[in-house]
Ligand binder design. Structure first.
Ligand code: AMP
Length: 556
């Protein structure tokens, strides 16, 4: 079988972009999957969602818009101003590249045809470049790739490089396409996706080993899985009305970790599934020395305690996670503590299909040390008792409580009704910052307001919902202007478009229906609470949540 060309991939993307129905799109994706060999099939399912590497992968391309611009300049011999001009008129980085590529007078002679495997190998090479001079090397490698690309290929290469393919193919469509292409049960595909976090692995398993193969997929220490998420309950009665056999735990004010151990190997992942092992040696040591079991995957929260015994703001923990050098210094400044609350895997056995009641018992068997306590589990249904626990948690400086369904299975990546959080804060939305506007007058060099968007998981699109701006100090405006400058993909007068990457937690007075924004809703009096550095675009709130909040508030 000859290798599939990258041009084929580009043509399918282009066709999908012209197609609107999700069934038709699923068919296109499924047909394409069927044409691929096994190696290609391990790449394309995440590529077609705009992800250069699967989510668990330690690799990142590390190429933002400015690096891409350098590569375009080098490859096509055009100035940055020219690129920006074209970008202004096309409004899209992919079309910009396509246009510039068409304008090239000198087409590369004897260029080999790009294949999917070659493109992927180049991406890997770019991702692996690190350290001194790596930016230059990345630019060069990317420029080489662009030089070999035809205009249509260049369009999708550019969007992939910025991880902004945005052709409307999300996880749901890939799941359905795998089931369709290889004639397997869609629920088994879903389970495989949950366990591996790698649609390529699931697709190849479905193709080569069918449903039995999918059934035999297990978790693997060293390969992070998405975390189970919680929904908000409006109060204790509300939570109790949804869960008949509850366990009440403190909701710790820290940050989530997933701990993997396989013999001597310990890897710890943040909520975004970044590997943070090296930055938190004291936790690694606890995991190695104080927990029983040869190999396991645990879920918990890391907290930092100040002198008064209260949790420090979670930004302090993120400072620890970010730290690459002189870690001991930070360790004594901000010591961390681990609290465990779940177990997903133990000694070769995947446990997520067991009810919480049984997982908890297994966890109690391996975590017997005070150095890694298990979140206290109160098995009560009395409102006043739960209220007391709630106030104890708040008095201790934590966020509130979690009410968990003891019958529930562990569902990676799902925000279900089996974990309900109760906290005093008014509702906030975690929104993606997709654009902004330069200020006026004294603030002309500052980005004065930011356009926010929620997610539509079905189409993978980001839908605007409002702007936040007022209430930011000059200092904050400057800090954010610095932060966002690297993410600018397009400018039009004062209007700016950003590569969607940063999440703002936004409070507001009210949600209203509004034709002004793509989501169909607008926030009244939005206020920035904080930057959610621990969240990525996939964690941002969905249109569905916005609709739900709207209904709750508006329709009682
Ligand atoms: P939120 O980030 O507001 O959606 O709340 C869910 C988060 O609460 C989880 O991702 C954990 O980081 C955190 N958390 C704190 N304590 C617990 C607990 N006992 N069980 C589950 N999650 C907890």
């Amino acid at each position: 079988m000859t290798e599939t060309l990258f041009l084929d991939f580009a043509q399918v993307c282009s066709k999908i972009e012209e197609t609107s129905g999700s069934i038709e799109i699923t068919d296109l994706v499924a047909d394409f999957f069927k044409r691929l060999d096994d190696e290609e099939l391990s790449i394309v399912p995440h590529l077609i969602m705009g992800k250069v590497f699967p989510e668990w992968s330690p690799y990142e391309l590390g190429t933002g818009p400015s690096l891409l611009f350098d590569a375009i300049s080098l490859a096509y011999g055009v100035s940055k101003d020219e690129i920006e001009n074209v970008l202004r008129s096309t409004g899209d980085i992919g079309k910009t590249l396509e246009t510039l590529s068409k304008r090239r007078t000198q087409q590369t002679l004897f260029a080999e045809e790009l294949t999917i495997k070659k493109v992927h190998a180049s991406f890997l090479e770019i991702a692996k470049k690190g350290g001194k001079g790596s930016q230059k090397m990345k630019v060069k490698l990317l420029a080489e790739l662009l030089l070999q690309a035809s205009p249509l290929e260049a369009r999708y290469l550019a969007r992939l490089v910025l991880e902004e393919l945005r052709i409307g193919v999300g996880e749901g469509i890939v799941r359905d396409a795998i089931a369709k292409a290889f004639n397997v049960d869609v629920d088994l595909v879903e389970r495989g996706l949950m366990l591996t976090n790698d649609p390529g692995v699931v697709a190849t398993t479905a193709k080569t080993r069918g449903e039995d193969g999918l059934r035999s997929i297990e978790l693997l220490p060293g390969r992070p899985v998405k975390m189970m998420l919680a929904q908000v309950a409006s109060g204790i009665e509300d939570a109790l009305s949804q869960i008949s056999d509850p366990a009440v735990e403190w909701k710790f004010d820290g940050t989530r970790v997933q701990i993997h151990k396989e013999k001597d190997m310990v890897e710890i992942y943040s909520r975004k599934l970044e590997n943070v092992t090296k930055s938190i040696p004291e936790i690694v040591s606890v995991v190695k020395n104080k927990l029983k079991g040869d190999s396991f995957i645990l879920d918990g929260e890391v907290i930092a305690i100040d002198e008064a015994g209260k949790p420090r703001p979670f930004q302090d923990i993120l400072r620890r996670f970010r730290r690459k050098y002189r870690i001991e210094e930070m360790q004594s400044l901000i010591p961390l503590h681990l609290h465990l609350f779940d177990i997903l895997y133990l000694d070769g056995r995947t446990l997520i299909d067991l009810p919480l009641r049984e997982r908890r018992k297994i966890l109690e068997g391996i975590a017997t040390s005070d150095d890694a306590p298990i979140a206290e589990h109160h098995l009560v249904r009395e409102v006043d008792v739960i209220e007391r626990i709630y106030h104890e948690a708040l008095d201790a400086g934590h966020e509130g409580i979690m009410v968990k369904n003891r019958d529930s299975l562990y569902t990676p990546g799902k925000r279900g009704k089996n974990w309900l959080k109760i906290k005093p804060l008014m509702e906030t939305l975690d929104l993606v910052v997709i654009g902004g506007e330069w200020g006026e007058g004294r603030r002309a060099n500052l980005i004065g307001s930011y356009t926010l968007a929620c997610r539509d998981p079905d189409t993978d699109k980001l839908l605007s919902i409002g702007r936040v701006g007022t209430g930011l100090t000059d200092e904050k405006l400057l800090e954010f202007t610095d932060l966002f400058s690297d993410l600018i993909v397009r400018e039009d007068g004062r209007e700016i478009e950003f590569k969607p990457e940063i999440i703002f937690e936004i409070a507001f007075e009210e949600i209203q229906k509004s034709p002004k924004y793509e989501s169909g809703y607008a926030l009244r009096f939005p206020r920035l609470i904080r930057l959610r550095e621990d969240k990525s675009v996939e964690d941002a709130d969905t249109l569905e949540r916005v609709e739900k909040l709207y209904k709750e508030r508006f329709e009682g």
